[in-house]
Design a protein around this ligand. Structure first.
Ligand SMILES: *Cc1c(COP(=O)(O)O)cnc(C)c1O
Length: 211
């Protein structure tokens, strides 16, 4: 068996050990469809991308052939890509501004489609990362509700070199305040911790695709 399938199955098994409800989003940015295909053929449904254009090229045909595929936009989303993003993705993990929420809502109406959203939190105001500041969450969440976006939870990427668990717990507590009980947390380096902190979606790339 290829190392990719081995890695994939190992992570699936870790997830089932630690959590009853967590889903695996296979993050396949920079990977070709040929590389991903064996995982699709096993029946896996959740795949993540971080660039709209790359995702369109890769998945446009496949999503028409396999209607049950679930595509996740996990990267920073520019307002001018909102149209394409709504068209292609089922989940968007990076809702982080009212301006973006307005654009997404407009295209949802035009395309007659609803996505599921995570609001991304930027706990330490890291400028290289997307995400809304904790203090602005209330405004963004209420606007999203008015705009009829289906916000299902919160997402974060802990700062490098810091204790991920601290941020995962912070996210969980923040979610409780807003009754947002799904969490998009956990990547290759910290997914076990995220599963211990009640993750609903772990987003894993390199632990699957690197040897
Ligand atoms: C690339 C990426 C991941 C996956 O990261 P790995 O460390 O390769 O598992 C998860 N989330 C986001 C937002 C990413 O951009």
């Amino acid at each position: 068996m290829s190392f990719i399938l081995n890695n994939f199955l190992k992570i699936k098994s870790d997830i089932s050990k630690f959590s009853l409800k967590a889903n695996l989003v296979v993050v396949c940015k920079n990977q070709s469809i040929e590389v991903i295909k064996p995982i699709i053929d096993l029946g896996h449904l959740h795949f993540g991308e971080n660039k709209v254009q790359e995702a369109k090229k890769k998945w446009n045909l496949l999503v028409q052939q396999k209607k049950d595929l679930q595509l996740h936009m996990i990267g920073r989303l520019q307002v001018n890509k909102a149209n394409d993003a709504v068209g292609l993705f089922d989940y968007i993990h990076s809702l982080d501004s009212i301006r973006l929420a307005k654009a997404l809502s407009l295209y949802e109406m035009r395309l007659n489609k609803q996505c599921k959203y995570f609001i991304q939190i930027n706990f330490e105001n890291e400028t290289q990362k997307g995400g809304v500041l904790e203090k602005d969450l209330y405004d963004l969440y209420s606007s999203s509700q008015v705009l009829n976006l289906n916000v299902i939870g919160l997402m974060c990427i802990p700062p490098k070199g810091q204790d991920a668990k601290y941020y995962f717990e912070k996210l969980e507590n923040l979610g409780k305040k807003f009754n947002l009980n799904l969490h998009s947390i956990g990547m290759s380096g910290d997914y076990i911790k995220a599963l211990e902190c009640n993750s609903s979606f772990v987003r894993i790339g390199s632990a699957i695709f690197s040897n």
